[in-house]
Ligand binder design. Structure first.
Ligand code: DC
Length: 231
């Protein structure tokens, strides 16, 4: 009997486009595993920052990525058994993560780790290059967008809700800088895969976005069942 490939749904998009929320809800709805690939870059950044590795020390950063001792439990993220769920969300860590994500050796060091998240019954993976580089043969690829204003406002509400301080102006500036860096890097830049479905979420609730992704997934499965060799 032919082996049925483990289905993967990739959800890529810029910072604060809502991909984390949507990907997590889709995974829950389907009973699939969930990969927050941005968390791996953030974990690498946090680990490197704590070891005082300089942002230009490519060898030291690749070593931090390759030696990452992390695990996920529900919505919690652990670095060497320490719960760093909140620590990796700090803006400084996100900024450092975006910088080190430009380095090919860091991306290479995290490649196999990301592939390892694909296990039965399926995976929802969110990030910047899930559909273009890590899972190019995914069953469904989605690319989320939202205006810079909508994204800054979302991030602002998230941070304030967590009791962190932030200003809309600073967030917008940081977001624009990060978009620019993520989209202009030479390796695995932020861009939709050719066969990705685009979803503009500025005026959409998370529930609406989830419903759309689930509908696309049902259609993709139907197509795969009809033409099993297509992917
Ligand atoms: O999604 P996030 O904001 O948690 O990601 C943090 C940084 O990690 C982001 O600015 C760019 C980088 N990243 C990446 O380069 N590739 C991914 N697949 C995920 C994140």
């Amino acid at each position: 009997m032919p082996l049925t490939p483990i289905p993967v749904i990739t959800i890529d998009g810029p910072t604060a486009s809502g991909k984390g929320t949507v990907a997590h809800l889709v995974a829950v709805r389907l009973g699939f595993h969930y990969l927050d690939s941005g968390a791996l870059y953030r974990l690498t950044a946090l680990s490197a920052m704590r070891k005082h590795v300089e942002p230009n020390d490519e060898h030291g950063l690749a070593k931090a990525a390759a030696g990452l001792n992390c695990h996920f439990k529900g919505e919690h993220v652990f670095l060497s058994n320490e719960d760093v769920t909140a620590a990796i969300r700090a803006e400084a860590v996100g900024k450092f993560a975006s910088c080190i994500a430009t380095l090919p050796t860091v991306r290479q060091a995290l490649y196999a780790l990301q592939l390892g998240f694909r296990s039965p019954p399926g995976l929802v993976a969110d990030g910047r290059d899930m559909g273009t580089v890590i899972f190019p043969r995914a069953t469904l690829k989605v690319f989320l967008t939202a205006t810079a204003e909508a994204r800054a406002e979302r991030r602002f509400k998230q941070l304030i809700g967590k009791g962190m301080s932030a200003t809309l102006h600073d967030l917008q500036k940081d977001l624009n800088e990060r978009d620019e860096r993520d989209a202009s890097r030479i390796i695995a830049p932020l861009r939709p895969a050719e066969d990705a479905h685009l979803l503009e979420t500025s005026n959409m609730t998370a529930e609406d976005a989830v419903a759309q992704v689930l509908a696309w997934y049902a259609a993709a499965r139907k197509r795969e069942d009809a033409h099993p060799a297509a992917k």
